[in-house]
Write a protein that binds this ligand. Structure first.
Ligand code: ZN
Length: 297
């Protein structure tokens, strides 16, 4: 298996080199191929929300009909999150340096995710029912749904090296914000690595022409320095990422890819470009964390 993986890895890198440097950032100036080694990065890919916990939605007649995957007359955030995750998955599937698991497929929790929830029920119940701090926003979901959100972090810790959660913001027709931002949690033992990845995502997105969001919600418990907000990065306590009741031990980032309104008519090409921006960011993170830190010199 290891020999097979190794062969796959080299075939991947050689084809990246020969055919499409633009699409494979592993090929970069100064990249030292003989330093490529395992471990592979294991990602938990979380397409945000389900139809139980969805907030942002627009009438399907205003957007692409096929984005209304559950045919309920609305294009919901969870549907678009899933579409972007599917597009990203086509990349991850062909990348021998990255393994991934998903929390949801087609907007539904996977079997493994639900088994994790049952197995860790008492821990997760404690997280979801603890008393909130005086300034802390109230839990916005009933406990049985909140537990599933807490399980995203628990599942990621049990199955991977990194949690990547994909979302879109909601903007009404009158409230015309634009742009992306990235969320990390202060309650994360790997805060430094999470911040590093958030910075890579922010830079990659900007290089690809995406603008930083004009509106970034902040957290009453934890102040985000202006220097980070200017990069489109905010520090927030969120159930899935780590909050005052539990600290996650693996790096965690949540990407608000843009505002839902701007994507309900997105072309396949736009979806692919967006998921590619996420993919390139992960590639760079893999390189930085697994290989020589001087690759870019
Ligand atoms: Zn969301």
């Amino acid at each position: 298996m290891r020999a097979y993986n190794s062969l796959l890895k080299w075939a991947f890198l050689i084809s990246a080199f020969l055919f499409n440097n633009n699409y494979f950032h592993y090929y970069r100036k100064g990249f030292s191929y003989n330093k490529i080694n395992y471990p592979i990065l294991n990602i938990t890919l979380d397409p945000g929300h389900t139809n139980e916990t969805n907030f942002a939605k627009f009438p399907a007649r205003q957007g692409r009909k096929d984005f209304d995957t559950d045919n309920d007359g609305w294009i919901e955030e969870y549907e678009l999150n899933s579409i972007v995750a599917d597009s990203l998955e086509t990349r991850l599937k062909n990348d021998p340096l990255i393994n991934y698991v998903r929390t949801k497929i087609d907007g539904k929790y996977t079997k493994a995710f639900l088994e994790c929830l049952i197995k860790n029920d008492s821990l997760i119940t404690e997280m979801a029912t603890r008393e909130r701090l005086p300034n802390e926003p109230r839990a916005y979901l009933p406990v049985h749904l909140g537990k599933k959100v807490y399980n995203i972090g628990v599942f990621a810790e049990n199955n991977s090296d990194l949690l990547l959660s994909l979302h879109f913001n909601k903007a009404s027709w009158s409230n015309n914000y634009k742009g992306f931002h990235v969320i990390i949690s202060p309650n994360n033992e790997k805060y430094k690595e999470s911040l590093e990845l958030a910075k890579i995502i922010s830079r990659t997105f900007r290089e690809k022409g995406y603008k930083i969001s004009e509106c970034i919600p902040t957290d009453p418990l934890t102040e985000t320095p202006d220097s980070l907000l200017k990069e489109g990065i905010v520090i927030r306590n969120l159930a899935a990422l780590g909050d005052p009741g539990h600290k996650l031990t693996k790096p965690v980032v949540l990407i608000e890819c843009g505002w839902l309104k701007d994507y309900i008519n997105a072309s396949d090409k736009e979806i692919k470009e967006l998921s590619d921006a996420v993919y390139y960011s992960i590639q760079e993170y893999v390189i930085r964390n697994n290989f020589d830190g001087n690759l870019y010199k």
